[in-house]
Design a protein around this ligand. Sequence first.
Ligand SMILES: Nc1nc2c(ncn2[C@@H]2O[C@H](COP(=O)(O)OP(=O)(O)OP(=O)(O)O)[C@@H](O)[C@H]2O)c(=O)[nH]1
Ligand SMILES: [Mg+2]
Length: 517
Amino acid sequence: MTTATDQQQHLAGPLSTAVAQLCVRLQSQVSARTAAGFREVLRRLSAPLQVAVAGRIKSGKSTLVNALIGRRVAPTDIGECTRLVTRFQYGTVDRVEVIFNDGRKQVLPFDAGGMIPATLDVDFDEVSHLEAYLTNAVLRDLTVIDTPGLGSLDAASVARTELLLGAAKPEETESNELDDTSRNAVAGAEAVLYVVTQGVRADDQQALAAFTAATASRDAGPVNAIAVLNKADTIAPESVSGADGDVWKAASLLAEKQALTLKPRVADVLPVIGLLAESAESGGFTSADADALRQLAGLDEMTWEMMLVSADIFTTWECDVPSGTRVRLLEKLDLYGIGHAVNALREEPELTAGALRRKLLDASGLAGVRARLDAVFRARADGIKAAAALASVTALAQASGDPGERQRVHDAIEVLLAKPEAHALRLLEALTLVTSGAVAMPEDLAEEVLRVGGSADIGEQLGMKGRPVNELVAYSLERAGWWRSFASFGATPAQSRVAHVVHRAYFLVWQRLRGQT
Ligand SMILES: Nc1nc2c(ncn2[C@@H]2O[C@H](COP(=O)(O)OP(=O)(O)OP(=O)(O)O)[C@@H](O)[C@H]2O)c(=O)[nH]1
Ligand SMILES: [Mg+2]
């Protein structure tokens, strides 16, 4: 039996603790089936935040997963395992398990390169998903879920992916204890990293919508999303006006455009070069590679320019660096990375392999993605997890046929939410309603909800970072008043509920600011 104190040791913060306590308290007042659901909610509450990496097929999801974990472990490119959901979580020993549809497990040996093998020795149709336990420290606070490309898969794979996102069976729960409704109620990743490439296409949008539908509308709680524009290195800068021939500038401009298309599901889109990040972060880039690049840096300008024209010319051009070595460089860095490294070596011939690796890492944009992950997910893990758990609790109660039980759970949640310290949960809920499109809002108001609910920093919430406190005080009071009148006049009932929450958020900000003056 799990107790509140057991759980508290791993909970993300006070909000998660409050929801965990609610679950424990209600356990004895609900049916066995609902209680089983609550146990699953408790288990997920005390687990690290679950971030799914989603996007179109071959957008570079697995490459990015490897970069984030800091180890080349997820198969990329080809092989049937790229069609499976893989959950990367923290473990004390590196281990991969195949989980079958009937709940059976089988340990899967890593391949010679320390990666998850690209193909399986078992009947693929019977496989549910893979669980990878790794000792990498990043996974202590984030469980990363690699998914197959949602855009172009057959319906069965999509269904399997959707079902599996975050819905892995807990070890201690018997498989028949949770029925499908309950499992769905607690399923769904808590946060999503959307991977897009140049030009958000119709099926990209479809994939993102399908993903949101599969997670958010299932009442499984708020899906917090950030997006990256991957393969920034493959963008032709001449195709983007205002880029001045600069790849990174072109990528940033494109990313800004895509953010407009993907709003309000994601706040903004960050450019990244997943391949460079993976090679620099996972030990893929070696000192032999640095030596080869050094040799290439010694070529005369004409030859070098010629070689950089295309991958074919790069590998076949007559030159002292063996063709196989060049193919390897291409696989690890692609032309842009190779060009970048050679430029760096020409500017600073004394660069060590380690320093060159860091330059490549800087050029990948991974630091920006990490910072955003921290700001959006890790710093808010408590609220995100608590809100997701609360939504699951509500869904579980709704699914129970007993009106008395439903009422008891509902009342307990109301008591919890009435506390000022739980207002953050209401705000997250409102944020989800708006970002998922469940409550339609005029664009400027949706943006404001996103801003107020998307940060714990008052300056950012008000969109007035670095301004003097008296200005913040005046502004928060003004917006509080505005949202209150919007809640009463000129709003649909659904908008009105959101407006009340935003009003209170501004009011609480105002109170806190006044305490400072
Ligand atoms: N040039 C370039 N290639 C990349 C980048 N990121 C990934 N790739 C390549 O794109 C191909 C697909 O990458 P994956 O990581 O397997 O993509 P995925 O989205 O996981 O693919 P599926 O799981 O099959 O949908 C691989 O050959 C990668 O090397 C990048 O930033 N730049
Ligand atoms: Mg993949």
